[in-house]
Design a protein around this ligand. Structure first.
Ligand code: AMP
Length: 437
């Protein structure tokens, strides 16, 4: 028997309804902010992620699932190296959504020079080869947004405000949410700051883990969120980005905070918040739920250099992504379920084979009117059809016996009160609709 891969989940029943509900809330809310939906392919060229996310990140170095056709795999095994592969043959499952959307925006010229900003949202599975644990999967689902072409700090603030509203609409108690924000500087001020942090790490090399020493050369800022507690402790004395911003970045960050204050959104400033991906510039943010123990339930930031890294013209961008599975876990820890009620239906029961075709017609008529309708397909007794109707949460049962069929009527049984009325078969749909209303 085949087995589900560890760190992946089957989505069905209530869990699937929860994922769909999350998408419905996103569609409504993000729609009001002017976002349209996009879906990019689940596989992209490796280079799309290397350019965007950064060669030095864990996501690209260790966690990306690579994709090879069987024929290509044979060739690779034969040659023992992928150096002969063309860029288009080096493929990976997407580990996050931004790089693919930005690649699509460059390819489709979504934001022509001088054109209006473009706002896109997605709801997609992501794939990362992480060690599976609670709230950490190899295939998980994200809802995310990307807003391309808007340098204004109001865009950063609106993104964050929309994100916090999203959590509220999903059922979170806003007082339990911790929003952390920071500015990571830009191409102007970050290189000098990175050098300072690299020097700090090298000066404290004897106190830091090997990963951090390696990071000092390739991505020193990542040491702020090293998994090793001691490294993080040492990093508390490292130079802070907020003390090293250029005037433009400081001004941008101040305006983002002003807008958040004006909107009454509370936040904490965390000058060590660096986020895992290389592409972020200026504003970054992350949201955690106090006491839920599932890590961040969402985060994002500005990525003004990413369009160029993906081969496009300089175009600012900002976005965020939230993880469905962690949100469901965090909500459950607060006693809130995203699942919603199981859908109810109308059940068409009949007493025997002679009434089956009348039941068939009634079922079709109800479904054509948009009413979720079930019937018996196993030749069960009337009693077990009623039982089945209960199991399916039927609110109304349409009963067709020989007397009813002969008289051209149907009996409607209200499943909660057990009251019954007979209605002409020609009025079936309207009468059922009236009962349901
Ligand atoms: P990131 O792109 O790493 O900032 O992730 C954005 C959000 O996706 C996180 O806040 C989590 O809610 C979720 N997420 C990231 N990685 C995983 C994973 N391996 N399993 C489940 N959810 C994840």
């Amino acid at each position: 028997m085949g087995q589900r891969i560890q760190g992946t989940e089957d989505l069905y029943g209530g869990y699937m309804r929860a994922w769909q509900h999350m998408q419905d809330v996103a569609r409504d809310l993000f729609g009001a902010y002017g976002f349209d939906m996009i879906e990019t392919p689940a596989i992209e060229q490796v280079d799309t992620f290397v350019h965007g996310i950064g060669e030095s990140t864990d996501v690209v170095r260790k966690e990306m699932f690579r994709v090879f056709s069987g024929a290509l795999m044979d060739r690779l095994l034969e040659s023992g190296s992928e150096s002969g592969l063309k860029a288009k043959q080096r493929m990976a499952m997407r580990p996050e959504g931004t790089a693919g959307v930005v690649r699509a925006a460059v390819e489709g010229n979504f934001v022509p020079q001088g054109g209006a900003p473009v706002k896109l949202w997605y709801a997609e599975p992501m794939f990362r080869g992480e060690r599976p644990q609670k709230g950490r999967l190899r295939q998980f689902h994200q809802v995310g947004v990307e807003w391309l072409g808007a340098p204004d700090p109001a865009a950063d603030a609106e993104c964050i405000i929309m994100l916090m509203e999203f959590y509220k609409r999903l059922g979170f108690d806003p007082s339990k949410l911790k929003l952390s924000i920071n500015s990571m500087g830009d191409a102007n001020c970050r290189p000098a700051y990175r050098d300072k942090v690299r020097q700090f790490i090298l000066d404290h090399a004897d106190e830091m883990c090997e990963d951090c020493i390696e990071r000092a050369e390739i991505n020193p800022l990542r040491s702020f969120d090293c998994k090793n507690d001691h490294c993080r402790e040492v990093m508390k004395a490292a130079p802070l980005v907020t003390d090293n911003l250029c005037d433009d970045c400081r001004d941008h960050y101040a305006k983002v905070k002003q807008y958040l204050d004006a909107a009454g959104v509370s936040y904490v400033e965390d000058p060590t918040l660096v986020r895992g991906l290389d592409y972020y510039t200026r504003t970054v943010f992350e949201v955690e739920v106090e006491g839920a123990g599932v890590g961040a339930i969402g985060g994002g930031g500005r990525y003004d250099g990413l369009m160029e890294l993906e081969g496009g013209k300089p175009t600012p961008g900002i976005g965020f992504a939230v993880g469905f599975e962690r949100i469901a876990l965090a909500l459950a820890s607060q006693g809130v379920s995203l699942e919603g009620a199981e859908p109810s239906c109308v059940y068409v029961a009949c007493t025997g084979a002679d009434e089956r075709s009348a039941a068939f017609d009634a079922t079709l008529a109800l479904r054509r009117a948009g009413i979720r309708t079930e019937a018996d397909y196993q030749g069960r007794s009337l009693k077990s059809q009623f039982k089945q109707a209960d199991k399916l949460h039927a609110r109304v049962c349409v009963v067709l016996g020989s007397d009813e069929v002969a008289a051209g009527v149907a009996t409607l049984r209200d499943m909660s009160t057990h009251e019954q009325v007979q209605v002409p078969i020609g009025e079936l749909v309207e009468r059922v609709q009236a009962l349901l209303a």
